[in-house]
Design a binder for this molecule. Structure first.
Ligand code: ADP
Ligand code: GN1
Ligand code: MG
Length: 361
């Protein structure tokens, strides 16, 4: 522990910071810490997953610089409404201690809160506005300068292929234990290419997308609950807005936590969908194509399915990707997502009616 504290202090010194530091947040991928005074967020970038941290930081620098100008033009506070990268003493956006230990620091955005599971409809409407505003402000960002930080991140058919490989290899010897889950996952292959096909056919435009729009990737004002800032920008890449809309409701629309094991507590809440969609469409509604609007309900099922098969794949591979906190954590997560997928299949018509109601106003 003392060794770790010493190492963290040495890392902080690279950024000219001296402060106590503690682990922070609930992400599945990076390691996040927060300093005491002055407050900063320090993150160790997961280089097993993000193979080119310099390209990743270049994306973040470009996107946040672009957002700063937009936020200022709209009369906002860029230090609060987007991430600010703190450079190292020698002017770099991250500190590379060794190939596996790459660190970055952000200004701490204070007087805010993150929401994990206990969310109200007002929170969801705000989250929709926040992610919608993010997309709107980046609508004229020069997308060609963005690097793909993870190739084919939301290419769902390739995620199905990865699952099939994991089933075949059965590295952790778990496939026989999860036959019903495997069956459910493979049955979803029929709809897995819907968005990719739409993109290929030119029906769904490519935009700048966040690609990891979990509700805890948005900071809300601690006082009035408004969405302040979209964070966790590691996966900002070119993609479909359907990825961001669907992924946000994957967690935002569930009545339970992502790893709740009592599945009687896990349902998809259509009113949560309405609230998020109202917020999102108030920012982006005018710019969406008919195909994007038509697929909003489906996108939630697709992204929930994709995440479920990623959890199952990781379980079969022996838990090498997502951080786990108990033995069958990834299986619990996969089952939870599949419960939602099954419900979403039944609720698609109801959700489409909600989109139509919002668009008529
Ligand atoms: P991960 O990729 O592991 O999910 P995040 O970038 O989402 O990491 O950060 C984890 C948590 O740290 C967030 O949910 C949020 O609570 C907090 N956090 C991250 N960046 C900031 C920031 N600039 N200011 C305040 N809190 C932050
Ligand atoms: C990971 O880093 P975090 O916890 O915000 C993952 C997302 C998944 C999510 C599931 C880079 O997000 O794609 O949807 O877990 N991020 C990456 O909770 O793989
Ligand atoms: Mg996060």
């Amino acid at each position: 522990m003392q060794q770790q504290t010493m190492d963290m202090n040495a890392i902080l010194r690279q950024f000219n910071i001296t402060s106590k530091i503690e682990a922070y947040g609930n992400g599945h991928i990076n390691n996040t810490y927060c300093t005491e005074t002055p407050k900063y967020i320090l993150q160790r970038i997961n280089t097993a997953i993000f193979k080119d941290p310099k390209a990743l930081m270049e994306n973040i620098r470009n996107v946040t610089t672009f957002l700063r100008t937009k936020i200022e033009a709209e009369g906002g506070d860029p230090d609060r409404e987007t991430l600010t990268v703190i450079q190292t003493a020698d002017g770099k956006d991250c500190y590379t201690a060794d190939a596996d230990s790459v660190y970055r620091v952000y200004k701490f955005i204070g007087d805010t809160k993150t929401i994990e599971n206990d969310k109200t409809l007002a929170d969801l409407k705000e989250a929709g506005k926040g992610f919608g505003r993010f997309a709107r402000m980046l609508a004229d960002f020069p997308v060609e300068i963005l690097h793909d930080t993870i190739a084919d991140f939301h290419h769902t058919p390739k995620r199905v292929e990865a699952l099939k490989k994991a089933i075949q290899e059965d590295l952790a010897g778990r496939a026989a234990l999860v036959q019903p889950e495997i069956e459910f996952a493979l049955a979803g292959e029929v709809f897995s290419d819907t968005v990719i096909r739409g993109i290929e056919q030119g029906l769904i435009p490519l935009r700048v997308t966040h690609n990891d729009t979990k509700i805890n990737n948005i900071l809300f004002d601690a006082e009035d609950g408004r969405a302040v800032s979209v964070i966790d920008l590691d996966t900002v890449m070119q993609g479909s807005m359907l990825y961001d809309f669907g992924d946000a409701l994957r967690m935002g629309g569930s009545t339970g936590a992502e790893d709740e094991t009592d599945l009687s507590l896990v349902h998809f809440d259509c009113e949560a969908f309405r609230a998020f969609a109202e917020g999102y469409l108030s920012e982006m509604g005018d710019t969406l194509t008919p195909e994007e609007l038509r697929l909003l309900p489906f996108s939630v099922k697709l992204m929930t399915y994709e995440c479920g098969i990623r959890f199952l794949t990781d379980y079969l591979n022996g838990d090498t990707y997502f951080r786990i906190h108990r033995e069958h954590h990834n299986l619990d997560r996969a089952r939870n997502q599949f419960k939602l997928v099954a419900e979403l299949s039944e609720k698609e018509a109801e959700l489409s009616a909600i989109v139509q109601e919002i668009c008529k106003r």
